[in-house]
Design a binder for this molecule. Structure first.
Ligand code: UGA
Length: 454
């Protein structure tokens, strides 16, 4: 099966490499000169665990190649469109200009019957528009259109691709359905369910899935806030809720609000789609508003913990990416929190195992970016854990005592054991955890080097 993937971004690279690994002959077309230059040298423009090895393996096996020439669609059985569909500035609608530009370039280069598939997240009705465009541009060819949304999580994308909960194929064309079923056969053969739908339904499933997961997160965030007011414990509440098989435990971890390149963009886009269709999605509108407010409120928690002012306080932020396992800082709560704390006069230092380089351009210039958690913690009055990286789970009392001058821990991911840190004299504040706050016992601060010399 010959597959051409238009777009060497996150979705195109992961999907292209995974299709090659299950036996397809894949060409990835990337027209951005910097990106294609890097790819040709074996450098990936994104970080995704295991992807560099998967790409290298399939390049070496001759099943995967990169090109900047759109001519690579000639002779392909299936052409995937995996270009960006960012939110339009201002109104939240998905910007389809990259997608239709790509389709316009593909059309004249096709040489035979082809299945044209959207992998990008596209508004309902896009497949139909693409079909009309292809019929107009290439009336001489049979070009069947399908929607095949992806459900990959950054950091788990290869696993998600190779062991999918489901594969959605939306098309009204039998030829497209059987070509895609054959492509995915190595995955469906081992149990991945394949669902056939109309194009519009497949397009909607993607938005509905992301909106539902976003709703689940916002729900538990509200319950966590309620736990704090009522002296209940959200960790136990999650267990009690999640064991109900109708609810399930996943995506019920409270935190500082969801970020990333998908949930914020897709919930906003669904709101617009629903408004345009005359069936407003009130719940999703609320999720968008609740999440924006939550991210903004997180810095308020820090300010409150300091009794109303952080002016001159040294605050360490651990975690800049929107979640662990990625270098992506798009819509990350950490960025919102740092801006507010700096505006309020705090002296902020920050560390992230992967995200520093991307975060650098989005943070106030006064933020001190550090190369280790220890360096970021030195002299801190408080530490705020924003991303649940494994190395932060292993933070020890000794390490915090040795580096910090204050004793305030604000754990926005509930990764530390509250009782252990409180018993050691820390003023530990989690999310939705009972508030038996042990007030900070400020110790006279002595720089690490001076202590070591004692
Ligand atoms: C999300 C979906 O999970 C994927 O299925 C989908 O394919 C992808 O968007 C996409 O549309 O391309 P992703 O954005 O990589 O994947 O990240 P998630 O793991 O879903 O996390 C999103 C945000 O929700 C993060 O900020 C995370 O910290 C937050 N989250 C997640 C919570 O606060 N609590 C949870 O229990 C789970």
């Amino acid at each position: 099966m010959r597959v051409t993937m238009i777009g060497g971004g996150y979705v195109g690279l992961v999907s292209g490499a995974c299709f090659a690994s299950i036996g397809a002959d894949v060409t990835i077309v990337e027209t951005d000169p910097a990106r294609i230059g890097a790819l040709r040298k074996g450098m990936l423009p994104i970080y995704e665990a295991g992807l560099d090895d998967l790409v290298a393996e399939n390049l070496a096996a001759g099943r995967l190649r990169f090109t900047d020439s759109i001519q690579a669609v000639a002779g392909a059985n299936i052409v995937f469109l995996a270009v960006g569909t960012p939110a339009s500035r201002g109104d939240g609608h998905a910007d389809l200009s990259y997608l239709f530009d790509a389709a316009e370039q593909v059309a004249p280069c096709l040489t035979g019957p082809t299945v044209l598939v959207t992998k990008s997240t596209v508004p309902v009705g896009t497949g139909r528009r693409l079909g009309a465009l292809m019929a107009e541009r290439r009336p001489d060819l049979c070009i069947c259109v399908a929607a095949n949304p992806e459900f990959l999580r950054e950091g788990n994308a290869i696993e998600d691709f190779l062991h999918p909960d489901r594969i959605i194929i939306g098309t009204s064309s039998e030829a497209a359905r059987s070509a895609l079923a054959a492509l995915y056969e190595p995955l469906t053969h081992t149990g991945g369910p394949l669902i056939n739908t109309q194009v519009e339904t497949a397009e909607l499933i993607k938005y509905a899935a992301n909106a539902f997961l976003a709703l689940k997160i916002s729900f538990i965030n509200e319950i966590a806030d309620l736990c704090e007011k009522l002296d209940a414990n959200v960790d136990d509440t999650v267990i009690g809720l999640g064991l109900d098989r109708r609810i399930g435990p996943r995506f019920l971890q409270p935190g500082p609000g969801f970020g990333g390149s998908c949930f914020p963009k897709d919930t906003q886009a669904l709101v617009r789609i629903a408004q345009d269709a005359g069936a407003p999605a009130r719940l999703v509108e609320t999720v968008v508003a609740v999440n924006d407010a939550r991210k903004a409120a997180m810095a308020g928690r820090v300010i409150t913990a300091f009794g109303g002012s952080v002016r001159g306080r040294r605050i360490t932020i651990l975690g800049l990416t929107f979640k662990p396992g990625t270098d992506d800082v798009r819509e990350s709560p950490a960025i919102t929190i740092i801006h507010r704390l700096v505006e309020e006069g705090a002296i902020v230092s920050a560390y992230d195992p992967m995200g520093i380089n991307h975060a650098r351009f989005q943070l106030p210039s006064r933020t001190r970016l550090c190369e280790s958690a220890g360096a970021a913690l030195e002299g801190a009055d408080a530490v705020v854990i924003v991303t649940e990286w494994t190395e932060f789970r292993a933070l020890s009392i000794a390490e915090l005592r040795a580096n910090m001058r204050g004793r305030l821990i604000i754990d926005l991911r509930n990764i530390l054991d509250a009782e252990t840190f409180r018993a050691a004299g820390f003023n530990y504040r989690g999310i939705g955890r009972p508030s038996s706050v042990c007030e900070a016992q400020e110790e006279p601060y002595m720089p690490l080097r001076a202590r070591a010399a004692q």
